[in-house]
Design a binder for this molecule. Structure first.
Ligand SMILES: Nc1nc2c(c(=O)[nH]1)N(C=O)[C@@H](CNc1ccc(C(=O)N[C@@H](CCC(=O)O)C(=O)O)cc1)CN2
Ligand SMILES: Nc1nc2c(ncn2[C@@H]2O[C@H](COP(=O)(O)OP(=O)(O)OP(=O)(O)O)[C@@H](O)[C@H]2O)c(=O)[nH]1
Ligand SMILES: [Mg+2]
Length: 458
């Protein structure tokens, strides 16, 4: 059933001061009234008011918890249905028992994402806004959260709607011509269509261009720190994260596995990967670590190759300099505080002129240069979040690509003089693809699949 009354625990499980159970549906108030004892019946109170009382087991009448209950009446609610939120004491027992009591009154346990799905089905938000809610919950950095919040406010939807409007106008123009060919406005129409398509295509390309930045803002730049054992990779990781998560010792081969940590470097979110020092080794555990380092290297968006300022280049260093060809790489030369033994010119030649940052993690000299270099590398200047819409969702990117292809087909078709009703079909397909971004005309199973990614209670 689509409009039965549902409930779920909306807060994370575990010890906490308060936990919230959310109830939504037309019977939310009457159902909660069966287990709630307070001054007034909830069915009689005003919308958007909070009430003190107790939750009782409906069978035994035993007190389960002391609570505050918030009543919000349709349609001014998250789901656009009647909503009751019960604030229980945190911890597992009171919340589970309250939910259990509620389920005895005919309320059904919600599926993951079902509250947000109802907000979508009831027209409060569109699909890209609903997807932004998932992104917000999963955001690992400030910037990622900001992108998600903007999308949840419908910023992307506004662009998509404007594009669809442009397409409809162009279609209208086409339709006149297709239906009344006797007007003989063919040539004028072709010109008009091509011009409109160029503008539409430009906007689609602009949105697609933001996708790469959007992905980075959401997931962080996967940044692998690689290098020979003992050069100071874990030390750099700790310095950038300002934590001592990675173990540092003067024993080569200290790090055995890839350690992941999210950091914010000058507003750029990095997913830092500290890896095991790469060398030939007999140690099985270390061998696996080295393998994983090489995998981290292959999947990295950015590689920080670390060398030692106070040692001559070694075979392993040279091998690594070969390996990083074709990867966006910054060469970090660590231990600048020690006497120089490395040959910078050789590195420059062997790396094909990659950027080199000498620094000392120990004295922190040069660390800020590295941070700046990372930032410049990815944004070539300033990141302006204020009027940018970032497309960050794989599904949206795919649909935008598809719309772009349809528009390109319209243009090349018209230019080659194919009948205008063919162009009309491609144009309609672009309109359809963009509609799917905001959830207009999408298949039901796709909607189910999207909402099933949510956590319970959302
Ligand atoms: N207790 C509680 N905190 C919460 C939520 C919640 O559901 N419950 N939210 C859940 O994610 C977020 C807030 N998001 C919300 C978004 C819309 C509406 C809502 O009721 N919208 C109505 C009425 C707006 C109004 O009165 O002006 C609407 O848009 O029609 C509520 C919460 C975060 N904090
Ligand atoms: N003098 C000096 N020593 C440093 C510097 N950075 C790190 N070290 C020291 O170098 C040693 C190795 O550092 P780690 O960070 O464990 O090196 P690693 O590259 O992670 O080593 P593996 O995990 O074995 O691959 C430690 O004793 C650090 O204290 C530096 O800038 N200057
Ligand atoms: Mg290490």
């Amino acid at each position: 059933m689509e409009n039965d009354t549902i409930a779920a625990i909306a807060t994370a499980m575990g010890e906490s001061s308060i936990a919230i159970i959310r109830v939504s549906g037309s019977d939310a108030l009457t159902c909660v009234d069966h287990i709630y004892q307070g001054k007034n019946k909830l069915t009689t109170v005003l919308s958007h008011t909070v009430h003190y009382g107790h939750i009782l087991d409906p069978d035994t009448k035993e007190k389960i918890d002391e609570v505050l209950v918030t009543v919000m009446l349709a349609p001014r609610t998250f789901t656009r249905e009647n909503v009751v939120e019960i604030s229980c004491h945190g911890g597992l027992i009171a919340v589970e028992q309250t939910l259990g009591a509620l389920l005895k009154t005919g309320v059904r346990l919600a599926e993951p994402g079902e509250f947000t799905k109802r907000a979508f089905l009831n027209g409060r938000i569109d699909l890209s806004q609903a997807e932004a809610v998932i992104d917000l919950i999963r955001a690992k950095t400030d910037k990622a959260a900001k992108v998600a919040i903007r999308q949840s406010e419908g910023k992307l939807s506004t662009h998509i709607r404007a594009l669809r409007n442009d397409i409809v106008e162009t279609l209208a123009h086409l339709a006149v011509n297709v239906d009344y060919p006797e007007y003989d406005a063919d040539i004028l129409t072709s010109q008009y269509v091509v011009e409109r398509c160029q503008a539409i295509n430009q906007e689609l390309e602009r949105l697609l261009l933001t996708a790469r930045q959007g992905k980075i803002l959401r997931e962080g730049i996967a940044t692998a720190i690689i290098g020979r054992p003992n050069v100071g990779k874990s030390s750099l990781m700790n310095a950038l994260t300002q934590e001592n998560k990675a173990i540092v010792t003067d024993i080569p081969g200290t790090t055995r596995d890839v350690i992941e940590e999210y950091v914010n470097v000058r507003g750029i979110p990095l997913k830092l990967l500290d890896t095991a020092g790469i060398r030939e080794t007999e140690d099985i555990v270390e061998q696996i670590g080295v393998q994983r380092s090489e995998e981290a290297l292959r999947s990295a968006d950015l590689v920080l190759l670390m060398l030692n300022h106070s040692e001559k280049l070694q075979t392993e260093d040279i091998r690594l300099l070969e390996k990083i060809k074709g990867f966006p790489t910054i060469i970090v030369i660590n231990k600048l505080d020690l006497p120089k033994r490395i040959d910078y010119e050789e590195i420059r030649q062997r790396s094909g002129g990659k950027q080199i940052i000498p620094l000392s993690v120990k004295t922190e000299e040069g660390l800020s240069l590295l941070e700046e270099a990372i930032k410049v590398m990815f944004f070539a200047g300033q990141v302006d979040m204020n009027d940018q819409t970032y497309v960050s969702n794989a599904r949206h990117i795919q649909l935008l690509e598809q719309a772009k292809q349809n528009i390109l087909d319209v243009m090349s078709g018209v230019e080659q003089g194919v009948p205008l009703d063919m162009a009309e079909i491609d144009m309609k397909n672009a309109w359809q693809a963009l509609g799917e971004v905001i959830g207009e005309a999408v298949a039901e199973d796709l909607i189910d699949q999207i909402f099933s990614q949510f956590c319970l209670g959302k």
